[in-house]
Design a protein around this ligand. Sequence first.
Ligand SMILES: O=P(O)(O)OC[C@H]1O[C@H](OP(=O)(O)OP(=O)(O)O)[C@H](O)[C@@H]1O
Ligand SMILES: NC(=O)CC[C@H](N)C(=O)O
Ligand code: SF4
Ligand SMILES: [Mg+2]
Length: 469
Amino acid sequence: MIKLVDMKVEMHEECGVFGVFNHFNASLLTYRGLNALQHRGQEGCGIVSSDGKTLKAFKGEGLVKNVFKKKDIDVLDGLHAIGHVRYSTFGGGGIHNVQPFLFHSQNGQLGLCHNGNLVNATKIRGYLEQQGSIFQTTADSEIIAHLIKRHRGEMMNRIKESLLYVEGSFAFMFLLEDELYVALDKQGLRPLSIATLGDGYVVSSETCAFDAVGATFLRDVLPGEVIHISKDGLNSSFYSEDRKHQMCMMEYVYFARPDSQIEGINVYQARKNSGKVLAKEAPVEADIVIGVPDSGMSAAVGYAEASKIPLELGLIKNKASDRTFIEPTQALRENAVSLKLSAVRSVIKDKRVVLVDDSIVRGTTIKQLIQLLKHAGAKEVHVRITSPEIKYPCFYGVDFSTYDELISAKYKPSEMKDVIGAHSIAFISIQGLIDAVGRKEGAYCTACYNKKYPTYLYETIIDANKQVK
Ligand SMILES: O=P(O)(O)OC[C@H]1O[C@H](OP(=O)(O)OP(=O)(O)O)[C@H](O)[C@@H]1O
Ligand SMILES: NC(=O)CC[C@H](N)C(=O)O
Ligand code: SF4
Ligand SMILES: [Mg+2]
């Protein structure tokens, strides 16, 4: 085996949220749910529980398995709990920004979790500070708690009125003493689903976490929906009439776990189909198909099936490495050595290889892999990518990299081929990917491919990009 040893700047995950309402083991189940969502954020994690009267919090920096000891879970008693795994998109790292946040006031307590990124956070925060708010964190997520506190009346109305102020992507959970509210942005950019468990409910960013706690999927939260969960069951309402349906396409392509269902579509099947579509769109004569572990593997299965070229395991992942080196700053990212993949020389030698991966962001991975395969004796390396070219930054919670680092923003595929040293390169078309995932056009956000941002950005792309870390 020949090993790939180099630095890699990683593409970053989303955050994950998980909540349990009305179960005697709420915090333990939340711990398990967060473990299942670990791929969505590795910087920090936490749980807030409620025994019906008092909310308690425990959180820390790092992985779920390292942050929580059994005694910490035991302290988090009560029938309800919410939890969070964080990858920071706004306000930087640090324990103060690790969620859930817990707020105390004379009218009660509020636990808050957020997956997503609020594009007008800076503006609203400035406004709130002028009005007298003092923030305990630097994250965008905190502003929603201040907005809720400023509104009057029933909690459902206060939440709905507050959500009208914030723009961008959000899957929010709000835990009160004996109630849980969940809310999704009006574009439906982030996945959020509800399941039942005994007499209670479970809420999760991804359905794979329901399997981890034995919960039964009930339904997805809809764009613009606010759901109140109490001992009386679910009560649904919408905070806006202006609703779209634009799930982040990269959830299917890369972020979510293959065993999750997003809006009824299995992520593995979506990826496999994208490989099949790409085989039709960009066929090539070759001897073997190789997938890039991990998230390129499903697409490689599809490419091989449709092209009838045999699939081989030509790249092996070092078991000790995972998406665990995800770091919040550029300096840390560059230190996060991607000592991750090795080539199997006996499989590759003298072969014409189709190398299938889900995406190219900066081109670091693919460039190194091509070298690795050539060094292992590959005669030709044809790169096939099951996301369209990523040319624009994301402002909805995915930290690809800065604008000028996106390799597809700099080079056309014909130029990129030479830059990365491939014999040929092809990206799936946007329409091909839409067809592969299986929803009608307009049902996804595809802004990082075609600049069609589903919300107002409040800044030029360049300026806004400076603010996203
Ligand atoms: O062009 P680049 O900047 O190198 O980024 C693209 C690569 O990053 C991701 O993999 P990653 O290693 O993050 O995770 P994975 O193991 O889940 O595929 C993605 O699947 C590509 O392989
Ligand atoms: N990745 C996310 O969803 C991050 C949530 C929030 N914007 C934060 O930075 O903490
Ligand atoms: S811009 Fe790309 S990564 Fe960001 S939400 Fe849209 S599809 Fe997802
Ligand atoms: Mg990868």
